[in-house]
Design a protein around this ligand. Structure first.
Ligand code: HGY
Ligand code: MN
Ligand code: MN
Length: 416
């Protein structure tokens, strides 16, 4: 019977085929993916994933947030399982690999164990977390946040998308409201394999990222109220220009992020203008400022400066300013024992590797609140992600998946 120390490897071709099979569901317009959470495309992707889990002999559980838990039994079913997961929902102009690589590498891990007839003491559970992206319904990492006790189920169910549809109604509409209480499951350990979504591993020519920490994040939603007026006939000194206030706040966020280099980022990805007509000054502007840092003090100081300066900018223009935090988690330190296990697996398998801090948020950041958790990363081309041109090589995908297999087996304990 093989031991974790044996040269076990996943089937890279099968993993690669599954990733690209799923990519056919909810395709983007430029070769990436648009499988936003709780859309019909998300439902179709879930259905395919469930079929693959059924084919692999897994037992599917679903909780009240629609998160999917596919269980491979252990020889000691009462032991807390080892969880391995990520997400299948994407950005509207997302890539094929963000999230998908982690869920399907977990499935490939199970398929490999099945091929080899390997049994483990602990059960292994694959997770597809609902709404990791937070693109349609803020905040990001929503289902894992409810699981970790950060948000109530009611809060999550009440969150609205830009069309005013609620999370709860949409989850019901696609038929994925599960009966499990969210967070009732106990995890012995949680692993998440993910593309880096940044340029470091490729630049350093390393195949595997040993993720020691994750950046902290604030999402601050601004609602600026100006006065709708004609863009042609309204004299400049009579304008209450919420759009100008927004532009000055963008500049201020940029300046504060640059003042805190290295190790800080700040920007805005989403803006709503109302009435959004070419020749009407906006009466209302809504946008979300996204600031992040691995340094808690830096992160909090940036938030404080932004919340102090924005009202001054608005007051000077006669614009009303409301700020609501709609997303947050502190910088995360992943479990040192699991981190060391990942590093040793990369060494034993002969993969080049380096320590790395995750720039993006992940479900692992919330899982770490309730269980020992860690992450593994692979490089991505030009560090590009949240872009349809997101790309990785099969070799890169393979390296991290082999490391995942080995580290999970060490943790779930092979039965000889
Ligand atoms: O926002 C994030 O970092 C993640 O991609 N949802
Ligand atoms: Mn992701
Ligand atoms: Mn993402």
């Amino acid at each position: 019977m093989p031991n974790p120390s044996d040269n076990l490897r996943i089937n890279a071709d099968r993993l690669w085929d599954s990733i690209h099979e799923l990519a056919k569901i909810g395709p983007g317009i430029a070769g990436g993916s648009n499988r936003q959470t709780l859309t019909d495309a998300d439902a179709e992707g879930r259905k395919l994933f469930k079929k693959w889990c059924d084919d692999a002999g897994l037992t599917m559980g679903v909780d009240q947030m629609g998160t999917m838990f596919a269980r491979r039994e252990g020889t000691e079913p009462d032991l807390d399982p080892v969880y391995v997961g990520s997400h299948l929902d994407t950005q509207p102009t997302g890539g094929r690999y963000d999230g998908v690589l982690g869920v399907l590498s977990a499935l490939e891990l199970v398929r490999t164990l099945n091929d080899l007839g390997i049994r483990t003491r602990r059960p292994i559970v694959i997770v597809n977390w609902t709404n990791e992206e937070g693109a349609r319904f803020a905040p990001a990492m929503m289902a894992s946040g409810v699981f970790a006790g950060q948000f109530s189920l009611d809060y999550a169910y009440g969150r609205k998308d830009p069309d005013g549809k609620t999370f709860g109604d949409e989850l019901k509409r696609i038929g994925w409201v599960g009966d499990e209480k969210v967070g009732a499951r106990r995890m012995h350990a949680y692993f998440e394999y993910h593309i880096e979504q940044g340029p470091i591993l490729e630049a350093e020519r390393k195949q595997v990222g040993v993720v020691t920490h994750g950046q902290g994040l604030w999402w601050l939603e601004f609602t600026l109220t100006g006065k709708e007026a004609h863009t042609g006939s309204t004299p400049m000194n009579m304008r209450v220009n919420a759009g100008l206030a927004m532009a000055r706040i963008f500049e201020m966020v940029q300046r504060i992020a640059m003042d805190n280099q290295p190790g800080a980022v700040g920007g805005v990805g989403q803006v709503f203008f109302s009435p959004n007509s070419r020749n009407v000054l906006p009466g209302k502007v809504v946008f979300t400022v996204d600031i992040r840092s691995p340094d808690q003090a830096k992160l909090d100081a940036m938030r404080a400066r932004i919340e102090a300066e924005a009202p001054e900018i608005c007051e000077a223009l006669g614009v009303k300013c409301a700020i609501e935090p709609v997303g947050h988690f502190d910088p995360v330190t992943f479990d040192p024992t699991l981190v060391a296990r990942v590093r040793k697996a990369a060494e034993d398998l002969g993969y080049s590797h380096m320590n790395i801090i995750s720039g993006a948020g992940h479900d692992a950041c919330w899982a770490a609140k309730v269980a020992p958790a860690t992450m593994i990363m692979c490089p991505c081309v030009d560090g590009l992600s949240h872009n349809e041109a997101e790309n990785i090589s099969k070799e890169w995908a393979e390296g991290g998946a082999d490391v995942l297999l080995r580290a999970v087996l060490e943790t779930a304990e092979i039965v000889p």
